[in-house]
Write a protein that binds this ligand. Structure first.
Ligand code: CMX
Length: 151
């Protein structure tokens, strides 16, 4: 357990969040195949995983960057998806920062205890069968934060 931040009452202790590492950085792109070609030809990055996540409304590709955090290219699979809305409003670019956690429910509860809004009451399915949740960007300094518990 850690001491509460100064904004919390003095006698309250908050559960640890236990972020393990940066899992990936997500980039919104209008066209997945064009983006894969751009990242391969420009940065020499190769696709290590690709899937469509129907629930999230995305076509996505994970690119390896050495042994470090991966790059996730996210293209809309349908016009009412979060990625389509992001592209309409902000254009292509950084959409999210994802951290690996051992237990997404525990990490979500720890962040809720700090007053942050988690987007889902219970985790949903993410890349490659992972379990995910998100912190609303307005509660995280303008960054959409994803929590990823790998499968
Ligand atoms: N990063 C930073 N700020 C963002 C943002 C993002 N990705 N998306 C929206 N915002 C900002 C908007 O600019 C807007 O700010 P202003 O009010 O200052 O204009 C505000 O947040 C809008 O918030 P909202 O009306 O509550 O929400 P939206 O309808 O814009 O949706 C969000 C935002 C985060 C709730 C939605 O994108 C979402 O549900 N995301 C989670 C799911 C997701 O991103 N899926 C795709 C990836 C799947 C995967 O990673 O596997």
């Amino acid at each position: 357990m850690t001491e509460a931040p100064s904004s919390a009452p003095d006698n309250v202790t908050l559960p640890d969040i236990d972020l393990l590492r940066i899992d990936h950085v997500g980039i919104a792109v209008p066209d997945l195949d064009a983006a894969k070609t751009f990242y391969a030809e420009t940065f020499g990055l190769r696709v290590v995983h690709e899937e469509t996540n129907e629930e999230q409304g995305v076509r996505e590709a994970m690119l390896a960057v050495g042994d470090g955090p991966r790059l996730q290219l996210l293209a809309p699979a349908r016009p009412d998806s979060a990625i389509a809305k992001f592209l309409d409003r902000s254009g292509p670019g950084l959409q999210q920062l994802a951290y690996t956690v051992a237990d997404v429910e525990a990490a979500s509860a720890a962040l809720r205890a700090r007053g942050l809004r988690l987007l889902y009451d219970t985790p949903r399915r993410g890349t490659a069968g992972s379990r995910i949740n998100f912190v609303h960007p307005k509660d995280a300094g303008g960054v959409l934060v994803e929590l990823v518990e790998p499968a």
